[in-house]
Design a binder for this molecule. Structure first.
Ligand code: UGA
Length: 430
């Protein structure tokens, strides 16, 4: 099928790569001229396993192109996915200015089109946004009526950074919020080669499934961290506890890894948007608010432990291994490493950093920290080492790597070291 995608950010480009893999023809559109030029010259503004190769291949086969011209994108496609960003405006409220402009621009293009066109909202939007904002903008700008002239669906994404293409091609489920059967059936045909459960709902239910899923996952982590904090005080290995807990099929073994808390661009933003939405409906979601509060405090736990072991941090050299919000990405958005670095600096520590991918992004916030491309050089003469992301290469670290430290204080914020290869380390909750 011929697909256009409005917004060439993380979601847009990973979806583009996924659709190319499924054999569709994709035309991406973005208002950012520099970004479009950058992508046209064979680069990608993100690091995500498999995406660059897939897009390069699709370009060769003439199944991927990118433009700043929306007319070109809409004219050359049967379906348009909206994947523009929906960041936090203030107090959790979702910023809808990009959605507002995108849906109005799309409406203007649909006015010129004489054949049925399907619009699919893939951006994460709070329940009711598609119907109240996007549908109303498209109808008023195009002068057309939903149903006969165009269709509308909500199709949330559940991709994990670092695993996005794999998750796209092998999803647990595909959620299709459909305005009507014609819209839903058209979208289903895009995914016909993916073998998974397809669940069809109305528009706002699909919007809510995305928020409920992210809130549930983040709650699982905060609850796991809370159990971990208690276990730490009791001298119990919380990973063994959660292994036992996860054997219950009603709980599942996933998302039970305690540590310095969740990061990433989505969990916090989405949960705060849900809290904002529920408050606008006069509902006080106490439990969900607590998930965020617990997570804000969790990075501080590693500093507490560090001070207990090292005393005052003034003038001490602290090495941070891994600063990305998780492994296999250069993304540092909401990474716990940010608040940890800020607190260490405030306490007078000197920081050195090693991360396989994320240093350039971290430099934009902390330009005066020492960054290293080599773990041993980073650790040289350190008073302490904090491990903050689960990069696979950290699993291979052994005593030798830590041998040139001044004091061998090693604390894991994420459980990754192999106790058969490294001795004398402690975990934040274990
Ligand atoms: C998350 C969801 O997992 C995706 O389903 C969703 O599509 C995406 O947000 C989104 O809304 O865009 P992502 O943020 O890429 O994906 O990463 P996760 O793998 O969910 O990890 C989020 C954070 O939680 C990381 O900092 C990770 O280290 C942490 N985490 C994860 C834990 O602390 N413990 C765990 O057990 C699992």
């Amino acid at each position: 099928m011929k697909i256009s995608i409005m917004g060439s950010g993380y979601v847009g480009l990973t979806a583009a790569a996924g659709f190319c893999k499924l054999g569709h023809e994709v035309i991406c559109m973005d208002v950012d001229k520099e970004k479009v030029k950058f992508i046209k010259s064979g680069n990608l503004p993100l690091y995500e396993h498999g995406i660059k190769e897939t897009i390069e291949n699709a370009i060769k086969q003439k199944r991927f192109s990118i433009t700043t011209n929306l007319s070109e994108a809409v004219d050359n496609s049967e379906i348009t996915f909206i994947t523009v960003p929906t960041p936090e405006a203030s107090d959790g409220k979702q910023e809808t200015k990009f959605l507002n402009t995108a849906s109005k621009d799309l409406g203007k293009e649909l006015k010129k089109k004489n054949v049925y066109h399907l619009v699919v909202v893939k951006s994460t939007v709070v329940p009711e946004t598609t119907e109240k904002l996007i549908l109303s903008n498209i109808e008023s700008e195009s002068g057309k009526k939903i149903g006969n002239d165009f269709g509308l669906c909500v199709n949330p994404e559940f991709l994990r950074e670092g695993e996005a293409l794999k998750d796209f091609l092998k999803p647990d489920r595909i959620i299709i919020g459909e305005y009507d059967k014609k819209s839903g059936d058209a979208l289903e045909s895009v995914y016909k080669d993916i073998k998974t459960v397809i669940m069809k709902t109305d528009l706002k239910t699909a919007e809510m499934i995305k928020y409920a899923s992210n809130t549930f996952l983040a709650s699982k982590i905060s609850l796991t961290n809370e159990i971990g904090n208690i276990c730490k005080k009791l001298g119990i290995n919380t990973y063994e506890v959660m292994k036992g807990v996860g054997l219950d099929h009603r709980i599942s073994p996933y998302f039970l890894r305690s540590g310095i808390g969740f990061g990433g661009s989505c969990f916090r933003k989405d949960i705060r948007a849900l809290i904002w939405k529920s408050e606008s409906l006069s509902y006080d979601s106490k439990l969900i608010k607590e998930v965020i509060k617990l997570n804000e405090n969790q990075p501080h736990k590693i500093i507490e432990l560090l001070e207990k072991k090292a005393g005052s941090l003034k003038g001490k050299k602290v090495s941070l291994l891994g600063i990305a919000f998780k492994e296999n990405t250069d993304d540092i958005r909401e990474s716990p490493a940010i608040s940890i670095a800020a607190e260490l600096i405030k306490k007078g520590a000197k920081i050195s950093i090693y991360d396989p991918k994320a240093s350039d992004n971290f430099k934009k916030i902390f330009p005066n920290i020492h960054y290293f491309n080599d773990i041993e050089k980073c650790l040289f003469k350190s008073d302490a080492c904090l491990i903050l992301s689960e990069w696979e290469q950290f699993r291979q670290l052994s005593n030798v790597h830590f041998s040139k430290m001044k004091n061998k204080i090693i604390i894991e914020g994420r459980k990754i070291l192999n106790p058969n290869m490294v001795d004398n380390f402690e975990g934040v909750c274990w």
